[in-house]
Each structure stands twice: as C-alpha cells, then as structure tokens.
Design a protein around this ligand. Structure first.
Ligand SMILES: [Zn+2]
Length: 343
C-alpha cells in the first residue's frame, strides 16, 4: 500500500481531537526523570514504555504517572516541542488540542497561569519557526467534579483577561465519562458560552447515546468528542446529521479502550459517514496509543473501506469543523486541493 501511504502523507491536514500531554515522547520523559532524579527502575521504566499500553486503565496509570514529572513551568516546553514534531511527521498545519490543568493544579507546583503562559508563548514561537499553528482548548475535566471544573473555567477566563490570545479557543469536557454525566456541567458551559468561548465535550465514548443528547441539548457543545454510541440511536443520528454536528472520531482509540468498537472493521464511522453525519478522523492520544494521524487515515481506508475520495472528504470535514473563520478555511482548503491535484 505504498501508494496509499504516500498519498495520505502528501495531503495537508488539521486535527481537532488531540490531548497535548499524550504527544510527549518517552525521550522527553526520560529527560525530565534525569532532571528530577526519578529512578529508572523496573516500575518507572514500564510506565514510561508506552508500547506496553493495551487498555484504558494502563493508559491512565501511565498518563497520571508521567504527568507528575512536570514540576516547573519550562517543563511544558517539552510538550510544545513534541506536539509540533508530531504535527510535522503527519503533515498537519493546524491543531485544536486539549490541555488538562487539573492534575497540574492539584499537585500545586505550577499554577494555571504559569502552565498556560508557557504553552501559549511556546506555541507562538513554534508557529513562527515552523508554521504549525496549535490552538488550545482547556479541558475543565469531569473527573474531579463540578467545583474543579468551575475553577478551571475561572482560571481560563482570568488568564484570557490578563493575556488576550487567539491561541486559547474555549473549554472542553474530558475525563471519566462513567458516573460524571454531561448534565452536571451545564453551569460551566453556559458561563463559558456567555463569555464568548467555544465549547466542546467528550460524549458517547464510554456511555450510551443519552450522553450525546445531553452534550448537544444541555451543554450546547459545538462538537462531540467520539460520539461512538450514537450508533444505538437512529433519532440521534438524524439530529446529528441535520445539524451537521461534528463528531471527533478517534478510530484506534475506540478499539484500544474496548467499549463500543470490538475491531476497526466494525467501527460505526462507516455508517455515520453514509448517513451524512459530519465525521472527522483524529488520534486522541498519539504517543500513548502509538498511532500517527497518517496511519489512522490509512486504517480507515484499508480496514473500514473508505475510498481515496472519501479520505479527502474526511480531511475536508476536519478543516470545516475547526473554529477557524470561513475565509481562513477557504484559504487552507485551496492548499489541500492543490496537493490532491499533485498527488
Ligand atoms: Zn479525548
């Protein structure tokens, strides 16, 4: 499939569902381990060897462990560097990515403002040097309850007031979906919307279609992270298609976390696409899950049966689902069309 591989690699792309912390390489973690004299023993080595991850539990265990290595603001420059490298490897020029402050703040070593000031200036600099434009969505998180989410929103609004920047787009709801329904976060979302922020939510990844209904009707989420369980609800699929609500599908992630998708060939992305839903392809946690965006498109082509033209439509859907302006989208799409013509 060399031809297909080259074809996909040659097309400029965007990505709208990515966690920046899950892009950090083992090499960066080992540098931080050396810096803080964290022992390279059997336990730490196994938790920093991401090739061993095969479930959501082991993913979270590694994720929480390696997050504890970020102890000074500048440590987040590793995140910036690795996200940009990931983008370059996959011919991605624009990313809207989640950044999760909850664990960082809980440890109390780096403040919200320090974390985001480092990320914003780091990505500003990286854009100047590489052209890769990374925007951030603050993951207010549902894992630690409403109060924590409201605190994250307050921090975000306070930060933007002090340091206005186009780099922070809004808020997202990530974390543990089971036991933390969307409806409990209505206040966070209504306040964020009133303040002019974009709002998105993970929904229907680990919980049934009711989670997606709540995300669109109560939270008024502009995009749905995953949305996999919509496949169980015909009425919901019709609504998502009618309103063109973008679904941020992460095919391999859904297989690894073993909830609604037993194998890639049975991923509902095919049915969603055929029913006219606004489907996009993303990686979620590229380094932790050892998946690159180029490979994700290749798998969708070879294992789920998307043609080359359909792959181009998925790439277009992704760009059109970003929070860029219509004129920016038009400019970028022209570049993609040129690349399709050359491929
Ligand atoms: Zn996610």
């Amino acid at each position: 499939m060399g031809g297909l591989q080259q074809y996909i690699a040659s097309l400029p792309k965007t990505e709208i569902h990515l966690h920046i912390e899950a892009c950090v390489s083992s090499a960066s973690y080992h540098e931080l381990m050396d810096k803080y004299e964290i022992p390279h023993d059997e336990k730490t080595m196994s938790l920093t060897d991401f090739s061993k991850i095969g479930s959501l539990t082991s993913m979270l265990e590694s994720f929480y462990f390696v997050q504890s290595f970020f102890r000074e603001p500048d440590d987040f420059l590793h995140v910036v560097k690795d996200v940009v490298k990931y983008a370059q490897r996959n011919n991605i020029y624009y990313i809207e990515a989640f950044a999760s402050p909850s664990m960082v703040l809980n440890r109390g070593m780096v403040s919200f403002d320090q974390m985001f000031a480092t990320l914003v200036s780091g990505f500003d600099q990286a854009e100047k040097e590489t052209g890769v434009d990374v925007r951030l969505i603050v993951d207010v998180s549902r894992s630690f309850g409403l109060k924590n989410a409201l605190t994250n929103l307050d921090h975000s609004l306070g930060f933007l007031k002090k340091h206005p920047t186009r780099r922070i787009l809004g808020i997202g709801l990530g974390g543990q979906e089971i036991g933390h329904p969307c409806r409990e976060y209505e206040e966070v979302f209504s306040r964020a919307r009133k303040a002019g922020m974009h709002v998105v939510a993970h929904a229907g990844e680990e919980v049934g279609p009711e989670s997606i209904w709540e995300a669109i009707d109560l939270l008024k989420a502009e995009r749905i992270g995953h949305g996999t369980s919509a496949i169980q609800d015909e009425k919901l699929m019709k609504r998502l298609a009618k309103d063109r609500v973008p679904l941020e599908i992460c095919p391999t992630s859904n297989v690894i976390t073993k909830k609604y998708v037993p194998e890639l060939s049975r991923h509902p992305i095919r049915r969603f696409f055929d029913e006219g839903l606004m489907v996009t392809v993303n990686t979620d946690d590229p380094v932790l899950f050892s998946v690159e965006l180029n490979e994700e498109y290749e798998r969708v082509a070879t294992q789920v049966g998307f043609s080359r033209d359909e792959i181009v439509t998925l790439i277009k859907n992704n760009l059109m689902s970003t929070f860029l302006s219509d004129s920016e989208k038009r400019v970028h799409w022209k570049q993609v069309e040129k690349a399709v013509g050359r491929a």
